[in-house]
Design a protein around this ligand. Structure first.
Ligand SMILES: C[S@@+](CC[C@H](N)C(=O)[O-])C[C@H]1O[C@@H](n2cnc3c(N)ncnc32)[C@H](O)[C@@H]1O
Length: 273
């Protein structure tokens, strides 16, 4: 943990996905003790609940606008948090889910605060991926799992291991190279399907997942053939899960080396003369 003599600090916490139920005691305590709390991505109910924990809550969501580059929005969010920190305040940035999972301004602001010699820290939260593991029964340790941001996935040549899970984030606005859209359409989704078909059969079953925002709701876990994604109902919060289409392949030369080591380890040690 970084210590600092400077007055002013920045702590970014996660509020989780399910309203009021996912926040950790440490995140809650940071929010309660902050001089100022900046929030974004939280629903109206979440905002009201956070205001009960700390009345000095400021919503950064206003900086998001259709047609405005998200890079500018992220910079403005960072500037707000860092400005208050430089004024000597205990600043908390409360972001939904995990504050470091596919979130640009938290990572950048914490790095900048540390560079300037302030105390800065990220506190883990429950992300959509954590909910996905529970709701969809996906264990990333079983055959491996790769996470990609959907637009980056199609814009760059990525190595795909189709014997592992592939999770694609932000599929609702896949292909938005301008970083200004909240949603893109069927033509963009068709390009994602085209890229995925280089690695998976057209009828490979994928899952569209949306974790429940409140304890009263059910998650959306909708399975469909890959090609049907083009016409599917896709939201900003939709995440795509692609299960493996191939079996794990044995690495024979490494297995032989490991077997040799095991033989040496279990052989009786020679007595020294
Ligand atoms: C900018 S990222 C933020 C993720 C968030 N920090 C977290 O820890 O889950 C937004 C993307 O997260 C995923 N996401 C957000 N909310 C979700 C939900 N309720 N269910 C499933 N995926 C969700 C979607 O892929 C969405 O496009």
């Amino acid at each position: 943990m970084n210590k600092s003599e400077k007055k002013g600090s920045l702590v970014c916490v996660g509020t989780g996905i399910t309203l009021g139920a996912h926040i950790t005691p440490i995140a809650k305590s940071h929010i309660e003790q902050a001089d100022i709390v900046f929030i974004t991505g939280n629903t109206g109910f979440m905002q009201m609940w956070l205001q009960e924990l700390n009345p000095n809550v400021h919503d950064l969501q206003q900086y998001y606008q259709e047609g405005k580059p998200r890079s500018r929005t992220y910079q403005q969010m960072m500037d707000e948090m860092l400005k208050a920190m430089r004024q000597g305040k205990k600043v908390v940035g409360a972001f939904y889910g995990h504050p470091g999972m596919f979130v640009t301004p938290t990572h950048k602001a914490i790095k900048q605060a540390k560079t300037e010699g302030y105390f800065a820290q990220m506190v883990a939260g429950i992300s959509a991926e954590d909910c996905l593991i529970s709701d969809c029964g996906v264990d990333p340790g079983r055959v491996g799992c790769a996470n990609f941001e959907a637009s980056q996935f199609i814009n760059f040549q990525r190595q795909v291991d189709n014997s592992a899970y592939l999770i694609l984030w932000q599929v609702g606005f896949v292909g938005d190279t301008t970083l200004t859209q909240f949603t893109t359409g069927e033509k963009y989704r068709a390009i994602l399907v085209e890229v995925l078909q280089q690695h998976y059969p057209a009828d490979h079953t994928i899952t569209l997942y949306e974790a429940a925002a409140t304890a009263l709701e059910q998650p959306r876990i909708e399975q469909m053939p890959l090609v049907d994604f083009i016409h599917a109902d896709v939201k900003q919060i939709t995440t795509m899960i692609i299960p493996p289409s191939a079996k794990l392949k044995v690495n024979k030369s490494i297995q032989a080396k490991l077997a040799e080591l095991e033989k040496q380890r279990s052989a009786p040690a020679l007595k020294s003369i």
